[in-house]
Design a protein around this ligand. Structure first.
Ligand code: G4P
Length: 528
């Protein structure tokens, strides 16, 4: 195996997904602790007042003086390099979540054992299913009362439409939580309550369920547990790696993130079973991760955590080749070459600037307005990676300024937020109206608060009747002029400068398509 192939084979790039409050942040922190990327857990406390994740990591960053960003974390585990991508944990999530899922090879789903499958998990697994992304499941909060585990597995199968194969099985819960039984290894991994969360405690193993030690440990629960296991083994799916890789089956683990228990089981599953960097599809061809030449795709642009510096970071998933410090890259969309000597890495235990990175890794480039979500970078080849979806907004609002003198700032900040992919903006052709499009209301609330905090622009929203925003594609200039004169009040320019038709209703859109056969009203689904 070449050096590059060996480096690629080491990588595991996954997103962590869950419904808010299931324990994603706590689990992420414990994953970093297990990966020795941080030394102390418990630094991340209640974030009820600030759910947008940025502050979650600031505390650790300050405490250790290391560079952890909100959304990408890299750490070594065993002889592997793990790239963990956070997804925003909002109830109604943004396009960002979809794109992050497009940049990973597998996902880790966290479920609250007391609640089971909740709304966000359904939406997120649906997105995973679009690409058959393999999912590892972690049922959390075993130190509390949880629902019947068999019922939880049934729920995963019925609602998420994926086979569930338990790898470990819980022995009791809440005060009686004694640990988990590993079905394949036939051993009990002992849980001790109130142990020190700040350290990686050594696990105690009891070999074989059919042993005196196991009988003594489970005491009067022993017979019941053995009975339950028979049922589980009879009724549940067995783990099958191929089905897992096809996205048809999820291995299920039980534990408690707060109690730092079960985390290593999940990490082992990701390392042992989840795929390494997969081939990626471009319009021109399929790109193999071990190809010699560098290629990558921008899946996210984020305003820096430091509001004083208005720089933005473009996150690139490396699809093939090797990033070397100082290398020249071509942004295929603009055709321009740039020399990159200051790419950021998200290796949380080291501060050094990135020297090299391989397929599966995420690097960050400083963006001064020249990089867009979906951009492909290569060493020269003309390639366009597909799959970084741009979803059609479903919710539209008119933006109104509280201080009318700030209209220039409003325009500027909305263009930047659009570039980040945080929202979609439309500047009306027939009036001075500015319209925002989003996937959900919360996304618009976040935009309003970011405008206020980061750009000092205060605004409010008013309803507007828009059913769908459609990009207009028409080669015939005359027809286009005719259209403009007839429906100017429904036309707008979107954030990337495209002429867009804002259809007030479904019926109207259908009529327009019929009346203007030479004009295409394109639904925004995929950028390239
Ligand atoms: P999220 O990122 O998915 O939204 O969840 P987060 O980790 O913030 O966890 C949500 C709440 O659940 C937190 O409590 C957290 O402490 C708690 N939690 C997470 N894992 C476990 C677990 O294994 N057992 C128990 N008992 N609780 C768990 P909180 O009250 O909202 O905040 P805090 O004051 O405890 O930090």
């Amino acid at each position: 195996m070449t050096h590059q192939a060996a480096e690629v084979a080491k990588r595991r790039t996954f997103a962590i997904i869950s419904h808010p409050d299931a324990g994603k942040t706590t689990l992420t922190e414990k994953l970093l602790l297990t990966g020795k990327a941080i030394a102390v857990a418990g630094a991340v406390k209640s974030r009820k007042s600030d759910r947008y994740a940025i502050s979650d990591w600031m505390a650790i960053e300050k405490q250790r003086g290391i560079s952890i960003t909100t959304s990408v974390m890299q750490f070594p585990y065993r002889d592997h390099i793990v790239n963990l991508l956070d997804t925003p944990g909002h109830e109604d999530f943004s396009e960002d979540t979809y794109r992050t899922l497009a940049a990973v090879d597998s996902a880790l789903m966290v479920l609250d054992g007391g609640k089971g499958v909740e709304l966000c998990s359904i939406a997120l697994t649906d997105v995973c299913r679009m690409r058959d992304t393999p999912i590892v499941s972690f049922i959390n909060k075993l130190d509390r009362n949880i629902r019947d585990p068999i019922e939880l597995l049934d729920e995963i199968e019925a609602i998420l439409k994926i086979k569930a194969a338990p790898i470990t099985w819980p022995i009791g819960c809440y005060r009686d939580f004694k640990g988990v039984y590993h079905l394949a290894d036939d051993n009990i991994i002992v849980y001790t309550a109130n142990h020190d969360h700040h350290k990686n405690t050594k696990t105690e193993l009891i070999e074989k369920l059919d042993s005196d030690r196991a009988r003594a440990y489970l005491a009067e629960e022993y017979d019941n547990f053995v009975e339950q296991l028979k049922l589980v083994q009879g009724a549940c799916h067995e783990f099958n790696q191929q089905e897992f890789l096809n996205g048809q089956l999820t291995p299920v683990f039980f534990g408690t993130a707060l109690g730092n228990f079960g985390i290593d089981h999940v990490l082992n599953a990701l390392v042992d079973w989840a795929p390494g960097p997969l081939a990626r599809f471009a319009n021109e061809r399929t790109v193999d991760p071990v190809e010699g030449k560098f290629t990558g795709v921008v899946f996210k642009i984020q305003a820096n955590m430091n509001p004083k510096h208005r720089d933005r970071i473009a996150f690139i998933r490396i699809c093939s080749g090797r990033y070397r410090k100082g290398m020249k890259m071509r942004n295929v969309r603009t055709g321009k070459y740039v020399r990159i000597s200051d790419a950021l890495t998200f290796f949380s235990s080291e501060r050094e600037q990135l020297e090299e990175a391989y397929a599966g890794d995420i690097i960050g480039l400083h963006n001064h307005g020249t990089i867009q979500i979906g951009d492909t970078f290569t060493e020269g080849e003309k390639l366009g990676f597909t799959g970084i979806l741009s979803f059609a907004p479903e919710l539209f609002r008119l933006v109104r300024l509280r201080d009318p003198l700030k209209s220039k700032q409003l325009r500027q900040c909305l263009l930047q937020l659009t570039e980040e992919g945080a929202t979609q903006v439309f500047f009306s052709e027939g009036s001075n109206n500015i319209i925002l499009g989003a996937v959900g209301m919360l996304q618009l609330d976040v935009i309003a608060s970011r405008m206020k905090e980061e750009y000092k622009v205060e605004c409010f929203y008013e309803p507007i009747t828009v059913y769908s925003a459609r990009r207009i594609d028409c080669r015939d200039k005359k027809k286009l002029e005719e259209l403009s004169s007839k429906v100017i009040e429904n036309l707008a320019i979107d954030g990337s400068g495209h002429l867009t038709y804002l259809a007030p209703t479904r019926v109207n859109l259908a009529q327009m398509e019929k009346l203007w056969p030479d004009v295409k009203f394109l639904a925004a689904l995929e950028r390239y």
